[in-house]
Design a protein around this ligand. Structure first.
Ligand SMILES: Nc1ncnc2c1ncn2[C@@H]1O[C@H](COP(=O)(O)OP(=O)(O)OP(=O)(O)O)[C@@H](O)[C@H]1O
Length: 615
């Protein structure tokens, strides 16, 4: 090895001089920046805006080109050893994740140990905070204070992707609420990158129960309140914790333990949504948070080539998000990744109350019957499937079930009924359950379920302003045209109940040279995605849709929802209206009420205990 040549005194002086020079130049540059007037690039810097465009599937929908698997980057990374990032982030003393040898995802009973760890790490964080802030005071370049507005904003360049993010997050008082939730550093890092300064109320309530107490959750909260991450974060948290524990066990016990504890390559979480667009969006949301965690998430939805989706499943993703029809199609064919369910730790029903309605229930029921430990008989299963690998009730006990929607009606004694049932050994049917309760119970909801209902009497999200226009049926088009041309701010979704009405409006509007996108279930999936893309690309876009767009869709900048025809139920009205006023944004929902709608409208008002006496 060559010896390092000694550095002369003059060389040292020279390098010191140039360092001082560089520092001075840096300070001057910073001063220049400081003297610029500050104009936020976002007129309304809501966290909601921040997420847009930061991910591969931009806003959750595929562009037309993306339909083809080879082009839309549904890359499934090959199964690898842990990337090592975790280790780096988990430097000793920063955060300690459990020390037990519990191989299960379940952390029931871990509470106490964890609390201790958290208290310690909190102390350390505080200490670190103090030292750092001291350093900050002494710093010459302090002119550039950490500005929360600029830190995490829609960072196309992903400015916060290095490992310092985690430390910065811990120091950043604005993000402090996340620390309370004891999340894995890689999740915190993603949250920081997304710019979500604090957990939403439903996230605050669900994460401790689901991620740390291992409970099942039935969660209800207003539209746009972040329910996807309320179940998404716990799933990722527990998968990450489990990965680390497994690595430790394998390190300690060698190959023997690998076979026993290593669950890589098996399906770990199955999330079911009622619509294809929503499944793609949820997949995308998961991917945003799972970035850097080496967790694979794949959507399985109808309208796309089943063969291609089978190829995606060959990559053995841990998380699958799908619609009941296509999932059941592949499961009933015995698709190996979807029927080897012995390691399934999470089963999620998003928009659960929609699932109990016609068009979904049958397939969903069949899927549930495939889950290990559900109440259907083995003969029934065998008849349904060619290749199902079942495990007994043990798996059901370990599996967590999450049931979410903005509109779930549970009877007050539902958990008592579940408890009574769990005390009787022979698995009797519980009497007097409503359909969503039956679904939850069949899906394996356990007696200690955390029922978190944050919906208010009005049910509608707080930031949505509701109004209605009374008019004759034949005047609806004129009013709609008026709303679209005068109202004009942001994007608008016009909802119809029938495809005939949708066609009628879109042809009238196109005659009036108003550009619209159209979405309904009879459209080819390719065209559906294209319509969504077009709508998303135009910040004053107009989407005419049936109720296929009513639930879950999270599209930035939707300011107005118009109910051209009233929906058949109060729930659908809530979900439709909830396409606006999401996260911290506001919006308005306008109903066009003709004499034909009055009965329906009156009953809608009664459902929300509203007094709209004009009707
Ligand atoms: N902690 C947070 N802070 C700010 N924004 C958040 C946070 N969590 C999620 N969001 C954003 O809020 C928006 C709505 O979230 P999400 O789609 O999960 O709502 P939802 O409650 O499932 O709505 P819906 O009932 O209509 O399905 C998304 O754009 C999401 O990125």
């Amino acid at each position: 090895m060559a010896a390092a040549s000694p550095v002369s005194v003059s060389q040292l002086k020279r390098s010191k001089k140039s360092a001082v020079k560089k520092k001075r130049a840096d300070v001057e540059l910073l001063e220049q920046f400081d003297s610029l007037p500050w104009n936020s690039s976002l007129s309304n810097p809501e966290a909601f805006n921040i997420t847009a465009g930061t991910n591969e599937l931009d806003g959750g929908f595929l562009t037309l080109e993306e339909i083809d698997e080879s082009e839309y980057n549904f890359e499934i990374p090959s199964i690898q050893e842990d990337s090592g990032v975790t280790e780096e982030l988990l430097k000793p003393n920063k955060r300690k994740i459990g020390n037990g040898v519990d191989s299960e995802t379940s952390v029931e009973g871990e509470g106490k140990g964890k609390d201790e760890v958290v208290t310690n790490s909190k102390k350390k964080i505080k200490k670190k905070k103090k030292t750092k802030s001291k350093e900050k005071k002494n710093s010459e370049t302090d002119g550039m204070e950490k500005n929360p507005e600029i830190l995490p904003v829609a960072n196309e360049k992903d400015d916060h992707s290095n490992e310092d993010d985690y430390e910065t997050l811990l120091e950043d008082a604005e993000y402090y609420a996340w620390n309370e939730l004891r999340l894995h550093p890689l999740i915190l890092k993603s949250i920081y990158r997304l710019g979500f300064k604090e957990p939403t109320p439903i996230q605050k309530a669900c994460i401790p129960a689901a991620a740390h107490q291992g409970k099942d959750v039935i969660g209800a909260a207003e539209t746009g309140s972040g329910k996807t991450l309320a179940f998404g974060i716990p799933i990722l948290q527990r998968l990450l914790e489990e990965k680390e524990k497994t690595t430790k066990i394998v390190d300690l016990n060698g190959d023997e333990a690998t076979n026993k504890f290593d669950r890589r390559g098996f399906l770990r979480a199955l999330i079911i949504t009622p619509t294809r667009e929503l499944a793609l969006q949820v997949t995308d949301h998961f991917k945003q948070v799972a970035k850097d965690t080496n967790t694979r998430v794949v959507p399985i939805v109808g309208g796309m080539s089943a063969e291609k989706q089978e190829r995606l499943l060959k990559g053995r993703p841990e998380i699958v998000v799908g619609t009941p029809g296509r999932l059941w199609e592949l499961m009933s064919r015995g698709e190996p990744h979807l029927v080897e369910l012995h390691s399934l730790s999470f089963f999620v029903l998003d928009e659960a109350d929609r699932m109990v309605q016609a068009g979904h229930f049958h397939e969903l029921q069949s899927i549930i019957e495939m889950l290990p430990g559900t109440s259907s008989s083995k003969d029934e299963l065998a008849a349904n499937t060619q290749n199902c690998i079942t495990v007994g009730n043990v798996q059901q006990k370990k599996r967590q079930t999450f049931v979410f929607s903005a509109t779930i009606a549970l009877s007050p004694d539902f958990s008592q009924k579940l408890k009574r049932k769990s005390n009787i050994s022979k698995n009797p049917k519980i009497e007097g359950l409503n359909s969503i309760e039956v679904l939850s119970e069949r899906a394996g909801i356990r007696a200690n379920v955390a029922i978190i209902d944050l919906t208010k009497a009005s049910i509608l999200a707080e930031k949505i302003e509701e109004s209605f226009i009374e008019c004759r049926e034949e005047d609806k088009d004129a009013y709609l045209y008026y709303i679209l041309s005068v109202h004009g701010q942001g994007r608008t979704i016009v909802f119809c109940t029938s495809i005939a009405a949708l066609r009628h409006i879109s042809s009238i509007l196109s005659m009036m040279k108003v550009k619209v996108s159209v979405l309904h279930a009879q459209k080819q999936q390719r065209a559906r995605l294209k319509a969504m893309d077009r709508f998303r690309e135009d910040d004053r876009g107009i989407l005419i849709a049936t109720d296929v767009a009513a639930r879950g869709l999270d599209i930035k900048g939707v300011r107005t929802v118009v109910h051209y025809q009233l929906p058949h139920s109060a729930e659908v009205y809530v979900h439709r209206s909830g396409r606006t006023g999401r996260a911290s944004a506001d919006g308005c929902s306008i109903a066009l009420i003709s004499p034909l709608d009055k009965m329906k409208f009156a009953s809608l008002c009664r459902s929300f205990s509203k007094v709209w006496s004009q009707v």
